[in-house]
Every structure is written in structure tokens, then in C-alpha cells.
Ligand binder design. Structure first.
Ligand code: SAM
Length: 260
């Protein structure tokens, strides 16, 4: 058996029915070009994916797990590579679906990777810490609604599927886990300057308790115009509100540049 390593976030899933449920939660698996598993470990999910007619590939950084997989599931393709540094647009077969019982220490980076490669990644199904899964799925108005909720929800439809108890893992983690499914929506590009949208979402939530007006000032400098969204706080704004705010902010920047 592989010895679980804490620094790699190794909590191996021992409950077979949960593994099967995660694998069967992948939507229209036969239409996916590449199913990419992050962190197969000892193969709790991998062994079920291996029975499917899909182009499957896994990324694992733990040499001991890779050796274990090559003995027990020799037909599975596993790359000994950190997925975070990998160019997901380089796959021959697209779209890409990201799946896994994800290492919790890199949860946010995995989600940001799905956003970065939103033209290639059309689905993500997997397990995060419950709190992270809830944050991604949170609607506006909730305390859990934040940067990741807005950026993910701008490009994906999110479903919180189910909660998993600590005792379903070896060793048990300290917190519960949550399985979510992200399905790419049909927005190819947001109806605004996307770079500015990202900047505004980050800037406003980094000053979460302040009114939007104050955070926008840090982006545009002097602020002479008014907008109804300025007197709100970021957690009250939907994705569409952030798009409106981005367009308004862009017009302020353009006016001030043309007056100089
Ligand atoms: N899928 C297995 C299961 O459900 O039992 C293992 C899940 S365990 C929570 C996370 C796995 O991700 C570990 O095997 C760990 O070695 C691997 N891992 C950690 N960081 C990684 C990275 N940057 N890239 C790829 N795999 C990584």
C-alpha cells in the first residue's frame, strides 16, 4: 500500500460507492476529448474511469502512487507531472474534462486553471473541501460568495452534488468534503473587457466590507461619476452586475484618458 503523504494532500477515498458516484457524475463522458484526472493516488476513481471508452490521462506527483498504479492498472496513462504547470491547450483531443478527488492544498489553483483554460475545459467534476465547494456554488448575497464564485460562475454552471464524510477517507481529513460539477456555459466571451472584469472582481472582494465606490477609486483614481452599483458591497453583485460595473468603469477610464 502507498503511505499517505500529508504535504501532497493525500486522503485516499475508501468508500467505493462515492468513487462510483463521482465517476458517474461526469456529464456525457463519451463526448469528452480528454478526461484528465488530477491526483489519481492509488486509483480510487481511476479504476472506474479505466473501464470507460474515453481518452483518459492522469497527473500525479507522488512516485510511490505512480509505481502502484503502473502495477495495478498498467493500461492507464499517468504523467509524473505537476498539473499546475501544464499547458491544457496542448491536448490533441478536446474538450477537456478535469476530474478528481483534488489535493486540498491546491484547490484554488485548480479552479483558476479551469478559468484560465475555459476555451478548452468544458467540465470539472470533483471533490474539494466542503467549504471551498460551497464557496464556488454560492449565489450572490451569501457570505460565502467571493472571487472564485464570480469568476467560475461567469463561465460555468455550478452544481453542488453531495457532501462526503471525513470517515470515507484514509486518513480522514479534519473537515467534510463536497463534490461539485461545473459545466461550461455558452458564454464564449463576457460582454465587457475581461481583463478589467477580473481586476474589478479581485479588487472589490479584497476590500469586501467596503462599498464598491471605494474599491473602484483604487482602479480609476479620481471618481466623479455616480452609479447605483457604487453604494453596494461586492457580495451583493451578480456576474451580470460585475459586467455592468466593468463597462461603466471602462467608460470612466476612457473619459479621463481623453481629458488628459
Ligand atoms: N484520487 C485518489 C483518491 O481519491 O483516493 C487520491 C486523492 S488525494 C486527495 C490527492 C492526490 O493528488 C494525491 O495522490 C497527491 O499525490 C496528488 N497531487 C498533489 N499535488 C498534485 C499536483 N500538483 N499535480 C498532480 N497531482 C497532485
Amino acid at each position: 500500500m502507498v503511505k499517505p503523504k500529508k504535504h501532497l494532500g493525500q486522503h485516499f477515498l475508501k468508500d467505493e460507492s462515492i468513487s462510483q458516484e463521482i465517476v458517474s457524475s461526469v456529464n456525457e463522458i463519451e463526448a469528452i476529448g480528454t478526461v484528465l484526472e488530477i491526483g489519481p493516488g492509488t486509483g480510487a476513481l481511476t479504476k472506474y474511469f479505466a473501464t470507460k471508452k474515453v481518452n483518459f490521462l492522469a497527473f500525479e506527483v507522488d512516485k510511490e502512487s505512480i509505481d502502484f498504479l503502473s502495477i495495478n492498472y498498467p493500461s492507464v496513462k499517468v504523467l509524473n507531472q505537476d498539473v499546475l504547470g501544464y499547458d491544457l491547450s496542448s491536448f490533441e483531443f478536446k474538450p477537456v474534462a478535469i476530474v478528481g478527488n483534488f489535493p486540498y492544498n491546491i484547490s484554488s489553483q485548480i479552479l483558476f486553471k479551469a478559468i484560465e483554460y475555459r476555451y478548452e475545459v468544458n467540465q470539472l467534476v470533483g471533490m474539494f473541501q466542503k467549504e471551498v465547494a460551497e464557496r464556488v456554488a454560492s449565489p450572490p448575497g451569501s457570505k460565502k460568495y467571493g472571487i472564485l464564485s464570480v469568476l467560475i460562475q461567469a463561465y460555468f454552471n455550478v452544481e453542488y452534488l453531495f457532501t462526503v464524510h471525513e470517515e470515507s477517507f484514509i486518513p480522514p481529513p479534519k473537515v467534510k468534503s463536497g463534490v461539485i460539477r461545473l459545466l461550461r456555459n455558452d458564454v464564449s466571451k463576457l460582454d465587457c473587457d475581461e481583463k478589467l472584469f477580473f481586476k474589478i472582481v479581485k479588487a472589490t472582494f479584497n476590500q469586501r466590507r467596503k462599498m464598491i465606490r471605494n474599491s473602484i477609486k483604487t482602479i480609476v483614481g479620481k471618481l466623479e461619476s455616480e452609479h447605483e452599483l457604487f453604494s453596494k458591497r461586492p457580495e451583493q453583485l451578480s456576474v451580470q452586475n460585475f459586467i455592468t460595473l466593468t463597462n461603466f468603469t471602462e467608460s470612466i477610464i476612457k473619459t479621463s484618458n481623453s481629458n488628459q
